[in-house]
Design a protein around this ligand. Structure first.
Ligand code: SF4
Length: 485
């Protein structure tokens, strides 16, 4: 499908809404109005603004408009209103071609719980915010309830975090091999084992310098999260080295939690678990993605479901207080029944946290193959809904929630937890309620101003080699970000 902008250049809003509703590939064009298209037109007359969307799919053309009065408070406020009417006009026009509204209605944002908290901050009660979700955005009852529960966890976390606290993220972008669905820049060790020792040295130096930034800016460290990639691709000695460096570089007396994402079960050994525990972590994540051996093969994993159970038992024996297990709904060859079996097996193991991700629905699908699209959508929806029901009745609550951008249906990823075991880092990062200092290739540091809501970022170079060659520039960037010189 092509899209054409007339009278505005808010292409991001247009792209976001089309991709939210249709499993298509889009390109912008200046004029051609042949084939499938979406024309987004904006007319402004004084304070009156009118957005019109004209959408053609096949032989049918639909047109919808949305009007608003501009607040004229500032440029940003005006832009917010214009974005909203542009999106709604497109939503209403495309909805004329669809049989059913998406679960998240017209909401395209990745952080629905943050939006709900924003409504409550502006004076709405929880019930009123839920009504807005249902009536204004057309969000389903299930997704509205999920959002409100996640918003409550975020609110509790805000109260729990010490004043002026930060979290530390440590990125290890290596994996034993590459999973078929991976969109991350992780390097498989088959190709890049030689990079690991110098990478560990570089990350230790960055941790040390980041510790100085935290101390000099009078902040306190509340949580540490080592993620990837697969951190347990490293040897026990390399893990020990990094974790010792963290202890030597930061005041750990305010630490609430320390998580290491062990990740793939085929990398987990008793020695590594021991090194992680002795290094100071109290939480690990083991990520089977599915407990169906066939599906594991399809996604290129070199382990089976039994290996997951063995890895879980090693982690339990090592004595971690919280274990998380990740799953993905919608993997190649998975079915709602087999996904239900995965969730039931994991509930049977009794980890404190279970995370349910959704695989992005493939782009480029045939727009006219309505049946295939509907099947894919409804199979993922069934998996997620079944997962929600099973986890809720097993005593887990949805403690954090985010949605994938630019995916048809825009389904959600949800972290579920047993009471009082929520991962504070995940909530703080996803809800943007705390500043995060991140180290490693591709790591993103964020300075969050809770009063104004302003977020400033600093992004480390993406690839390990480039990262290792840029240490001084990275530290300077972070010092600037946190106003420490
Ligand atoms: S474990 Fe994660 S990061 Fe590593 S290859 Fe698989 S999907 Fe990518």
């Amino acid at each position: 499908m092509i899209y054409i902008l007339k009278g505005h250049d808010l292409r991001h809003a247009v792209e976001e809404m089309i991709l939210h509703l249709l499993p298509t590939v889009i390109t912008e064009q200046a004029e051609t109005e042949k084939g499938d298209y979406c024309i987004s037109k904006l007319e402004i007359d004084g304070q009156n603004a009118k957005a019109t969307a004209i959408v053609r799919i096949g032989d049918r053309i639909e047109q919808k408009s949305k009007e608003a009065i501009l607040p004229n408070a500032d440029e940003l406020a005006n832009k917010r209103v214009l974005t909203e009417i542009i999106k709604l006009s497109i939503y209403n026009a495309i909805m004329m071609f669809l049989d059913k509204a998406p679960e998240w209605g017209s909401l395209t944002g990745v952080r629905p719980a943050k939006l709900a908290r924003g409504l409550m901050d502006r004076g709405l009660t929880r019930a009123e915010a839920a009504v807005q979700f249902r009536e204004k955005f057309g969000v389903s009852a299930e997704r509205t309830a999920l959002t409100m529960r996640a918003a409550a966890y975020a609110q509790n976390t805000i109260e729990l975090l010490p004043e002026n606290s930060v979290s530390l993220y440590i990125g290890i972008p290596f994996c034993p091999s590459r999973c078929a669905y991976c969109s991350f820049v992780s390097q498989s060790i088959e190709k890049s084992a030689g990079l690991i020792p110098p990478y560990v040295d570089s990350i230790c130096e960055e941790i040390k310098r980041t510790g100085e930034i935290v101390a000099n800016s009078k902040r306190v460290l509340s949580s540490v999260y080592m993620g990837g990639g697969t951190p347990t691709t490293l040897s026990p000695e390399q893990l020990e080295k990094i974790m010792l460096c963290v202890r030597n570089s930061f005041d750990m007396s305010n630490l609430i939690e320390y998580t290491v994402e062990a990740g793939r079960p085929d990398t987990i050994t008793a020695e590594k678990m021991q090194a992680i525990k002795l290094g100071g972590a109290d939480r690990v994540s083991i990520n089977p993605q599915t407990m169906n051996d066939e599906v594991l093969k399809n996604i290129g994993r070199h382990h089976n479901a039994d290996d997951v159970i063995k890895a879980y038992e090693i982690a339990r024996k090592t004595g971690f207080s919280v274990i998380n297990m990740d799953t993905i709904a919608g993997l190649a060859g998975d079915t709602p029944d087999s996904f239900e079996n995965t969730i039931n097996t994991l509930i049977g193991l009794n980890p404190e946290n279970i995370t349910v991700h959704t695989l992005a629905i493939k782009r480029g699908a045939d727009l006219y193959d309505k049946e295939a699209n509907a099947n894919q959508y409804s199979s993922v929806k069934t998996m997620l809904d079944t997962g929600s029901k099973l986890l809720s009745s097993a005593g887990y609550g949805p403690y954090y929630l985010y949605r994938q951008k630019f995916t048809a249906g825009g389904f959600e990823n949800v972290g579920w937890c047993k009471p009082n075991t929520e991962n504070i880092y995940n909530i703080a990062m996803m809800e943007e309620i705390q500043s995060i200092l991140s180290v490693g290739a591709g790591a993103v540091s964020k300075l969050v101003d809770l009063k104004t809501g302003k977020i400033t970022r600093f992004v480390n170079p993406k690839y390990p080699k480039e990262y290792m060659e840029s240490s001084e520039r990275i530290i300077l960037g972070k010092q600037k970000l946190f106003h420490v010189f």
